[in-house]
Write a protein that binds this ligand. Sequence first.
Ligand code: FAD
Length: 471
Amino acid sequence: MNKPTLEQLAALRADLGDLQIIDDASQVTRLSRDFSWFSPVLTPLLEPYKADFVVRPKTEDEIVRIVAACAKHKVPITPRGAGSGNYGQCTPLFGGVILDLSQYNQLVWHKGDVARMQVGMRLLDIDRATQPNGWELRCVPSTFRIATVGGLYGGGFGGIGSINYGPLASTGNVLGVKAITVEPEPKLVELRAPEALLLHHVYGTSGIVLEMELALAPAHAWRECVIVGDGIENMLRLGDEIANSPGLMKKSVTFFEDRVQPYLPTLHDRWRTGKSALFVVYTENASSALNELAIKHGADITYDEPHNEQVKKGKTILEYTWNHTTLHALKVDKTITYIQSGFPAGQHIEHALKMKQLLGDECLLHLEFIRLKEGQMTFSGLQLIKYTNAERLNEIMQIHRDNGVYIANPHVYHVEDGKQGQINPDIVMTKMRFDPMGLVNPGKLRGWDVRDQIVADVKAGKVNVSTLPKF
Ligand SMILES: Cc1cc2nc3c(=O)[nH]c(=O)nc-3n(C[C@H](O)[C@H](O)[C@H](O)COP(=O)(O)OP(=O)(O)OC[C@H]3O[C@@H](n4cnc5c(N)ncnc54)[C@H](O)[C@@H]3O)c2cc1C
């Protein structure tokens, strides 16, 4: 893949002249970035890259025109929602066009426990549209206020609510998606589950999604509280009891060891120095159950408020959980970074204590309780790391792997180097079907470089895939 020439770009612009095009240099640079600056490794690597211009469509017809024109002129196209991804996911490595989908943001329909929406709709706006009818999204990132549903699908994993419904990829969460093929004459294709997950968490590299159909969760009168107490193990076990109690309905349980407290100074009225803490979002009727469990562990509830009111005021504790913890910590200490980890269910507490013992204050425990796709309770870690250099950061991640803790490296920008872990022939076949010219967000899917071998293996029956392009 080469960067487009000035002639290619001029021809493309001539075809798109009447659409909203952004080419102000500082805006194009801003829209070519996400939150990869959380990573001291990624920041210098991605710094040189940006788009040539940005297009911001409002309708499906406009998107079809843009995609057709990019294919006709062979110009790379990178989809973008709100740009809150963490790994340079929407940073174009070969220039071209950023397809900013934030204005393509209408609710298509909502019927009972299912809703369908355009991909640029913000997650908070989806909740606002469906909550009055008693339903809400099953899992959202802590960036729910700004992030789009297409960005969650293309670059995210899950988050708040995953304690009940698992990550977004759990069977039953995503019911269908409408995708567009990147060709001079684009086709609109409806994929139903399980195929609907083929374009999930591949940073848009395998195709562009236009609409999503999601199963919803019952909306409750949520409350949010902070529980503080002594001892990492004691508080981990309290969190585990809350997370696993089937009669205690919750939306989120977050554990922080006491050493994280100095990094969240705006919460010091709710969280005393020297205590570990749990941040819990739970239903009103679970107040006494929560109190009973806290007393059992010698812990105190130091803050307790109606959740939706705190969201409206911009003060919810959820915007301190998941990767928001890293964001707040970076405001206190610019040398902080983070890792992403997954603990073996059933052994998660023991493994967390082992890592604490091995790494001490170099790796501060921030753990989010989550149900795995398969149903077991465990935690997903976003531990805070005092960064010294890339070599030590890699050693810390390797120490986790060596001790049975899974690492989804957040300091890399290739799909396979992160959560995916390896080349997935299904993803490459999906890209061949939806992006045969390799124009969508190029340079981030290692499997694309070995597609000929994968095709040969598929044709020879050596590899099974669930989707087949026309060979
Ligand atoms: C402070 C902070 C906290 C976070 N917490 C969480 C968390 O709790 N859980 C979590 O999963 N993530 C989290 N994230 C990452 C990110 O915010 C979420 O994944 C979010 O859902 C991304 O949405 P977005 O609209 O910003 O996507 P963008 O960053 O705009 O896009 C993400 C990726 O998806 C692709 N994409 C966008 N739209 C489409 C489309 N229509 N079709 C195909 N591909 C598309 C883009 O090309 C890009 O590769 C966090 C990030 C930050 C900075």
